[in-house]
Design a protein around this ligand. Structure first.
Ligand SMILES: Nc1nc2c(c(=O)[nH]1)N[C@H]1C(S)=C(S)[C@@H](COP(=O)(O)O)O[C@H]1N2
Ligand SMILES: [Mo]
Length: 544
């Protein structure tokens, strides 16, 4: 009798029937894992759908202020995507654990309402981005339902459903069965921790397997296999190899063609879009007289041209490596647009990707230069991260206004009517690539041998204008003209080299290029935003 009084007089918090916080946290985490795994599964079956975490992450990417984005890129480099996804997942886990605790302590309806809110956020985040349309919220919706169902199941299995709702009765449950009237004991439930933990472990293991397999499938799966099966068409007039002398062969300097595996990658896509070739089309629409829709096969049947083009990112710092040269294969954009019949009012060509990214450039850029709907780089179908199955490549302008990867639409419009993705985010409407040069070797801060011949070498670029001269200045000496790789095409960079015999001590080396129109690269420092960095790449080396 005294023990029963004891139990009844205990504050609610100490009641043994009140589940400890970690039971709630486990319930929440296991439910979230189940929901997310189903979201991943759906996103792997329909490759145009995004998983809930990725949908939310993408929204963040689209809406972060420029300073925060710059900070993230400076701090995490190309790992910024992994860091963002990890942060979203962590916040989700904390939220899920909190909801589980609420559900177990205060009643399942609190947990379900919370899951409903998370689900709504995921669904909203997925809307209006990319080509998946009304199906986009599906992974979040189904994931939310599964998470809610899992929470109910776990609480049921653990006999936790009543917790918090009938505290008086749950405390009665602690009285030994003998003292409880039989009719009442049928109603009472005693928390069953073992059954709860067993179910939670099973659900979590299932979620990890299903979610992991789905992720893997999405990354390695069908689309990648389709890419391997592609037989590339030949160019109508195959482009001969560039003259051997474009290559100066200095160890440590960038090769003329950037190996595809080392080609820089920049985009807003948190996960590389996987395009299903059987449903993919490229549409040419907007201000045209004859809209065109091509499937992949039809695109490959068009006359193909090859072009060697250097592309660069506006975010490339002076001396940076967000630039590369490839041999691209594709159909000419001007031909395609001639067929579509561009109306006289259109002044902008907008590329739109399957994930909703857009980039626009002036129709006036199609002045005969080799602007391509590219399907291959360096002799291979475009790798997934470089835009498979098709992308735009326009010589002379930065990627953010032109080089749309995972291309699904080419829209003819006006600059007044439409702004590409980066423009409202503070970047310039026009993005001509600025004249730049870079020292690749020796590397900044390294030590070279005094008295020996040290090649100073690198690349210089001013696509479309071409490079006519590169000069190097050592310490405060005169500008010395460097040797240039053989003149080839104005769409590519040029290698340069200057032999140097250093005296011992510290040296500063600067480089500057002059473009094909005679304009010398400015020494004025400008940051990358809004339209590209300027200044001379300058390094310090030591000789001993
Ligand atoms: N769909 C899509 N295409 C995109 C981007 C993007 O974010 N999404 N980024 C552009 C930018 S800013 C650059 S510099 C180039 C980089 O192309 P790469 O990753 O193949 O080097 O792609 C462009 N095309
Ligand atoms: Mo870029």
């Amino acid at each position: 009798m005294s023990s029963q009084t004891d139990t009844l007089s205990r504050p609610l918090e100490d009641s043994p029937t009140r589940s400890p916080w970690w039971i709630g946290a486990i319930a929440g985490l296991a439910s979230a894992a189940a929901g997310l795994a189903i979201g991943e599964l759906l996103a792997s079956i329909w490759t145009s759908l995004e998983s809930p975490v990725v949908s939310v992450g993408n929204r963040v990417v689209d809406n972060v202020p420029r300073w925060l984005k710059t900070w993230a890129i400076e701090t995490f480099g190309t790992n910024d995507k992994a860091v963002l996804l990890g942060t979203v997942a962590l916040l989700l886990a904390v939220g899920a654990a909190a909801l589980g605790i609420l559900a177990v302590r205060r009643g399942i309806r609190f947990g379900l309402i919370g899951i409903g809110i998370f689900t709504a956020v995921g669904m909203l985040a997925s809307l209006g981005r990319g080509t998946s349309g009304l199906l986009a919220p599906l992974p979040s919706l189904v994931g939310g339902l599964v998470a809610g169902g899992t929470l109910a199941l776990l609480m049921h299995r653990g006999n936790l459903d009543f917790a918090g709702e009938r505290p008086a009765q749950s405390q009665l449950a602690q009285t030994p069965p003998a003292q409880t009237p039989p009719a009442q004991s049928m109603l009472l439930k005693v928390p069953n921790r073992r059954q709860f933990l067993g179910t939670a472990a099973g659900v979590t293991a299932g979620a990890v397997v299903i979610g992991g397999a789905a992720r893997w499938l999405r990354n390695q799966g069908a689309a990648a296999a389709e890419r391997l099966k592609v037989v590339l068409p030949r160019a109508t007039q195959p482009l001969p190899d560039p003259p051997a002398a474009v290559e100066l062969g200095v160890a440590g300097a960038a090769p003329f063609f950037t190996p595809t595996s080392e080609f820089y990658r920049i985009d807003t896509a948190l996960t590389v879009p996987r395009v299903d070739l059987s449903t993919w089309t490229l549409e040419v629409m907007g201000d045209v007289s004859t809209p065109i829709t091509l499937n992949y096969e039809q695109l490959l049947e068009r006359p193909m041209v090859e072009a060697d083009i250097t592309i660069a990112c506006v975010s490339n710092e002076v001396g940076g490596d967000l630039i590369g040269t490839a041999r691209w294969l594709g159909c000419r954009l001007d031909d395609l647009l001639k067929e579509a019949g561009v109306s006289a009012t259109a002044d902008q060509i907008v590329g739109r990707s399957v994930d909703g990214f857009t980039a626009g450039f002036p129709t006036a850029l199609l002045d005969g230069r080799d602007a391509l709907v590219a399907i291959a780089m360096n002799g291979e179908p475009l790798p997934a991260k470089h835009g498979f199955p098709a992308r735009l490549i326009v010589p002379g302008v930065y990627g953010y206004v032109s080089a749309t990867k995972w291309l699904s639409q080419i829209e003819l419009t006006t600059f007044e009517a439409f702004q590409g993705y980066w423009i409202p985010r503070g970047w310039s409407v026009d993005g001509p690539i600025k004249t730049q040069s870079r020292i690749d070797t020796p590397r900044n801060g390294t030590t070279v041998q005094a008295g020996s011949t040290v090649p100073i070498a690198g690349v210089a670029w001013a696509p479309i204008r071409g490079i006519s001269k590169v000069e190097v200045r050592i310490d405060n000496g005169p500008w010395q003209e460097a040797n240039l790789g053989q003149e080839y095409q104005n769409t590519t960079w040029r290698q340069w080299k200057l032999d140097w015999t250093p005296s011992s001590g510290e040296h500063k080396i600067a480089v500057r290029a002059t473009d094909g129109e005679g304009a010398t690269q400015t020494d004025q420092l400008a940051p990358v935003a809004p339209d590209g960095a300027t200044g001379w790449h300058t390094i310090t080396v030591y000789a001993e």
